[in-house]
Design a protein around this ligand. Structure first.
Ligand SMILES: Cc1cc2nc3c(=O)[nH]c(=O)nc-3n(C[C@H](O)[C@H](O)[C@H](O)COP(=O)(O)OP(=O)(O)OC[C@H]3O[C@@H](n4cnc5c(N)ncnc54)[C@H](O)[C@@H]3O)c2cc1C
Ligand SMILES: *[C@@H]1O[C@H](CO)[C@@H](O)[C@H](O)[C@H]1NC(C)=O
Ligand SMILES: *[C@@H]1O[C@H](CO)[C@@H](O)[C@H](O)[C@H]1NC(C)=O
Ligand SMILES: *[C@@H]1O[C@H](CO)[C@@H](O)[C@H](O)[C@H]1NC(C)=O
Ligand SMILES: *[C@@H]1O[C@H](CO)[C@@H](O)[C@H](O)[C@H]1NC(C)=O
Ligand SMILES: *[C@@H]1O[C@H](CO)[C@@H](O)[C@H](O)[C@H]1NC(C)=O
Ligand SMILES: *[C@@H]1O[C@H](CO)[C@@H](O)[C@H](O)[C@H]1NC(C)=O
Ligand SMILES: *[C@@H]1O[C@H](CO)[C@@H](O)[C@H](O)[C@H]1NC(C)=O
Ligand SMILES: *[C@@H]1O[C@H](CO)[C@@H](O)[C@H](O)[C@H]1NC(C)=O
Length: 620
């Protein structure tokens, strides 16, 4: 049997977007997976307990923290890729005299929420909360700025060898290890105070494989290295006249947390979830092996890497993903609200009849293979409903109108008039660009923060009359309590021939819903805890009550989800934990809510739930 070998990736993990027009070299897959270091020769960290009741990772300032000479020697083993990071906003603070720069600060202020800049920074996250909000780009240079929950060192990796060397060093020195790709994680899983970070952002190689062939898939495929973003991935597919399954947001990574968590996509209803489309991957395992992982080489690991979560079984260095034919796509945006609408006034009651009509139509939307992203929020005049993007792949405008006609008839009968903004796109790429435009906003010191929780809703919530009534009433109650929610209507059923670790609850669902509580910027820990408790202890339990035995999407959930093992992994948890114990018994890879993370916790979180500003310890 012929495979594409990942050897080209091993030899030339290129840092620029390299596009091969046609890969004609077929090489037999490596049978054995080679260790990159001698795992037996390393000290076993389990023997280095600091006291009888607790064992912690070494932190800066500890007696056994590596010396400058150790770091220098380590830097040589990673070919000079070691970075001692500074906060992105250090340029705005006089406490960082080497970096303070008024002009650069102005740029950071203006581009604070530019996700491309965040992703390109070695330590910045999309959710600064987990970094302890320790350094903002305030225009008053005397305000404090510390490294908070940031790693102590970052390795700007471009090769599997550098990754293996970093794993080895972290293991030898008992240092907390983290992985940052883009920093989009909503649970702060890509940061940690005093840690050593493997930063995969610059692994940018993309290969177009015209005639990819294995026993289980033949056809065009794309191999993307660990740092490739959704936007870059889509661009290559567009350039070659195909469609690939990727996320909504262009700066999310493809091969990191996205695919390992499952990966929802505007085209997922048509082609399956992100992880369903992976045909092979390569990863550096905790024992330093750079492994070639397919359903035939290592079926258990292949299963686990696709849905079992990031930062758990090793570091993915590349994913090879099947492609689909180019498809035309229709996008529509519209909404309605209480108040004056055309010739009538929409009352609160009429508004919720409109929402009812939409929810009744959810199964039909799901069955069409479309993805509809909606929000429902309380407003000063009552409520608003907004479809920020309805993506209907393989639908002409006429197809879309036919699909939605029964719903819009009901709205018309209710006296709700809607101005739809519908556009046709010959290729999915243009539809995605319209549906999910890039957003970049300046630093706003008064912007409230969000605490979010979520739930997957099975089809019966929209088809069983009694359950439907409870679902609608609960959603209205959430608005009446002052909280808004957003949701995707989409089908993500298990497809023939797919076997991976994606949460079984995802397969049964037609809606993925997120609910949020806002709290003011610079709030006291008491206020933050209160907002976060509302999500964890009030709002999410309301959703759970409607969906007993169900679950949610680990990549967009409350980091404090109660019973997260069941919610995030369902019946897959036991098998995933067994695999974790096999490949990483020492928990070198640890992240909050990752498989096998139970025994460890972060000390000194400043009283802010799950903030990553303290040291990582294990309970006895
Ligand atoms: C603005 C925004 C938009 C989003 N849009 C979508 C969407 O369209 N669809 C969707 O499904 N989800 C979406 N998400 C959620 C997203 O899937 C998760 O945030 C995901 O964890 C991001 O993965 P990342 O690699 O980009 O980010 P990171 O924060 O860098 O990594 C996430 C997790 O994966 C680990 N990890 C990273 N790289 C690797 C690797 N190479 N090997 C092993 N582990 C690794 C990290 O340690 C961390 O635990 C979105 C989130 C945000 C904030
Ligand atoms: C030993 O464990 C206790 C908690 O049980 C903790 O308070 C103390 O700081 C630990 N000592 C060290 C050196 O880590
Ligand atoms: C690592 O080595 C490179 C190249 O010699 C150097 O530029 C870099 O500053 C070093 N990193 C650290 C943290 O010293
Ligand atoms: C990371 O490495 C890449 C490739 O070697 C280089 O282009 C980039 O400047 C580095 N980034 C940082 C922040 O050192
Ligand atoms: C609104 O009223 C005008 C005139 O009374 C009528 O022509 C129009 O059709 C009405 N529009 C709707 C949406 O009912
Ligand atoms: C409509 O609902 C809003 C929000 O719950 C409420 O403030 C308002 O009083 C309601 N209006 C009427 C007429 O009931
Ligand atoms: C697109 O729709 C046509 C019917 O209009 C159908 O035959 C085809 O299978 C669909 N393509 C996909 C990828 O679902
Ligand atoms: C429709 O949406 C596009 C953006 O996607 C916008 O540019 C255009 O102005 C909108 N048209 C109307 C009539 O609102
Ligand atoms: C590394 O771990 C993998 C997965 O557990 C295993 O298959 C392989 O044999 C290990 N390699 C070594 C050298 O121990």
């Amino acid at each position: 049997m012929k495979f594409h070998t990942p050897a080209s990736l091993l030899l030339s993990a290129s840092v620029t977007l390299t596009l091969a027009a046609d890969i004609s070299e077929y090489v037999t897959a490596p049978e054995a997976i080679e260790p990159l270091f001698d795992v037996e020769a390393l000290p076993r960290i389990v023997n280095r307990r600091q006291n009888a009741t607790e064992f912690c990772r070494t932190s800066p300032g500890d007696a056994d923290w590596p010396s400058d000479a150790d770091w220098e020697a380590f830097n040589e083993t990673v070919k000079g890729a070691l970075i001692k990071p500074v906060p992105r906003a250090a340029v705005c603070h006089k406490s960082w005299p080497e970096y303070y720069d008024e002009e650069k600060c102005k740029h950071v202020v203006a581009n604070w929420n530019n996700h491309e800049e965040r992703v390109a920074n070695p330590t910045d996250l999309i959710y600064n909360y987990f970094q302890g909000e320790s350094c903002y780009p305030s225009l008053d240079p005397s305000t404090p700025c510390t490294t908070g929950g940031d790693p102590a060192y970052v390795v700007n990796v471009t090769t599997p060898e550098q990754i293996a060397s970093t794993i080895k060093f972290a293991k030898e020195k008992n240092i907390r290890l983290i992985i940052k790709n883009t920093g989009h994680d909503v649970s702060g899983k890509s940061t940690g105070a005093g840690s050593l970070s493997i930063w995969t952002h610059n692994m940018k190689s993309i290969e177009w494989l015209l005639d990819y062939k294995t026993a289980f898939y033949s056809g065009p495929a794309i191999r993307a290295a660990a740092g490739v973003s959704v936007g870059e991935f889509y661009q290559v597919a567009e350039d070659h006249g195909v469609t690939v399954v990727g996320g909504e947001c262009s700066t999310v990574g493809v091969a990191g947390g996205y695919l390992s968590g499952g990966g929802h996509s505007p085209v997922g209803g048509l082609f399956g979830m992100g992880a369903d489309n992976v045909v092979e991957l390569t990863a550096v395992l905790p024992n330093g092996t750079h492994a070639y992982i397919t359903s035939t080489t290592t079926p258990d690991l292949f299963w686990a890497f696709r849905g079992g979560g990031g930062s758990t079984f090793g570091i993915v260095t590349s994913v090879t993903v099947k492609t689909h034919p180019k498809i035309h796509t229709t996008v529509s945006q519209w909404g309605f609200a209480t108040g004056v609408s055309g010739n009538t006034t929409v009352s609160n009651e009429t508004f919720w009849q409109g929402v009812r009509a939409y929810l009744e139509h959810v199964p039909a939307i799901a069955d069409s293979g479309s993805q509809a992203f909606a929000s429902v929020a309380p407003s000063t005049s009552g409520y608003t409903f907004k479809i920020s993007s309805f993506v209907a792949p393989n639908h002409t405008v006429a197809d879309y109108d036919t699909l939605m006609a029964p719903f819009f008839r009901k709205l018309t009968n209710l006296g709700i008039s809607v101005a739809q903004n519908t556009t046709f796109h010959p290729s999915y790429f243009g539809a995605w660009q319209r549906a999910f435009p890039k957003i970049s906003t300046p630093y706003d010191p008064n912007k409230p923060l969000l605490s979010t929780g979520s739930r997957l809703f099975p089809r019966q919530n929209f088809e069983d009359a009694a359950l439907f009534g409870d679902t609608l009433a609960t959603l209205k109650r959430i608005n009446d309590m002052g909280y808004s929610f957003i949701f995707y209507a989409q089908d993500n059923h298990l497809r023939a021939g797919v076997d991976n670790a994606i949460n079984p609850a995802y397969r049964a669902s037609v809606v993925f819903l997120m609910v949020s509580a806002k709290y003011p910027a610079r709030a006291s820990p008491a206020v933050v805890n209160s907002a976060r408790d509302t999500v964890t202890k009030v709002l999410v339990p309301m959703l759970k009550k409607l969906t007993p035995g169900g679950g949610t999407y680990m990549n967009e959930a409350d980091v404090r989800e109660e019973g997260w093992q069941q919610s995030f992994f369902g019946g897959n948890y036991a098998r995933l934990l067994e695999l974790k114990n096999l490949v990483d018994p020492e928990r070198l890879f640890w992240a909050k809510t990752a498989v096998g993370s139970e025994e460890w916790y972060v000390q000194d979180d400043r009283g802010l739930p799950e903030v990553q500003t303290g040291r990582l310890c294990r309970r006895a």
